[in-house]
Write a protein that binds this ligand. Sequence first.
Ligand code: PMP
Length: 411
Amino acid sequence: MSHDVSKSYEMFKEVQDYVPGGVNFPRTPLFLTYGVHPAFIQRTKGARFWDVDGNEYIDYMCSFGAVGIGYNHPAVDEAYNKQLALSNSSTLPSFQWLEFAKFLVGEIPYMDWTVYGKNGSDATTFAAMAARAHTGKNGIVMANNSYHGLHNWCIHSDVGIPAEYKSHVYHYDYHDLEGLGKLMEEKKDEIAAVFLLPLGHWAMMNQTEPQPGYFETVREICDKAGALMLIDDVRAGFRVHYEGTHCHYGKANPDIICFGKTIANGYPLSVAMGTKAIMESAKKVYWSGTHFYSAAPMAAARACMTEIKASGAIEKIRLFGEKLQAGLREQAKLHEVEVTVSGHPAMPYMLFGEDPSLEKMRFFCGEAAKRGIFLHPHHNWFISSSLTEEDMDKTLEVTDQCFKIVAEQKG
Ligand code: PMP
């Protein structure tokens, strides 16, 4: 089968001289099936992208979740371009600053205010700062293996970061609420907040979902310890539930929720939204970035959220995800290959049995890429609402072939 990615790898070699490390983790081909997956993209449209060698893929990564309703979405792009023609970067904030804040607060009914950022890391950092300002305590509790962004207070890497910057971070096991309760009781004078993921979208591990009553229990634990409950919905937001992923699983609301990625369908915007009760503390946090004020991404986000709601995108995503998950389970069984297909259907993932180094997974995803289906071997996948039934049929046709090859060559 001819699948040529030579231009991608020539570029990947050349870029080493221009960008330290070539391409930053996690978007490097070293995190994919190296040599088989493409490294650079030429063009995107809907649920597809074309790499620099001209190969076409149905994309199950959606720009690592930044795109929910399809690349180059006409309504979102139109809103973005219209605002761009009026103003984008400007000396004073544009009228969008107020307009979009009012819109957001109306759409996310349990929240009273918003602050703006660009990347998800901005929103999570603001949330941690506001919680510290509000409680007068420094500790932030997060689940093992969770990712809340790249800023110094929480990043998992130690390179270039003094250890004391992270000395106020505590960990718990996501599903061990008894352990969390104990930790909070023990450290209640130190802990400002629990930073929660609305579901367990772990890298290179089976995905997990919260048990019934999870958020209600965490809320009680936080209230008892005088700590805030923060939700990091940067990755899952607007894919599982329009008002916040936790709403799909429970009733308890956070003090602050962070959105990013899908909110503007690929345009740079993140927000941290909070309740009236902590608004005075949020006011005191110094918060500014040159591009936080850009108006066009706000216009794009409004169009994106409007489109998500009007088009039933979340339901479409769930249905496609369910079809993919069911198809994979059925095919694996048929080919007598052991797999675990996990996660909410909007953000599924799969792992093979007896595959500790994920070598089978890389092989499977590489074979899928050769046939035009882009699945990540190490990171949860993202379903686009712009997929069609034909795309899903083609995807499952390819995964069936890939399972067959895995059974023959790696069984
Ligand atoms: N929180 C979560 C749950 C994320 O998945 C990410 C990004 N993968 C972030 C925060 C940080 O977002 P960004 O990369 O946009 O800064």
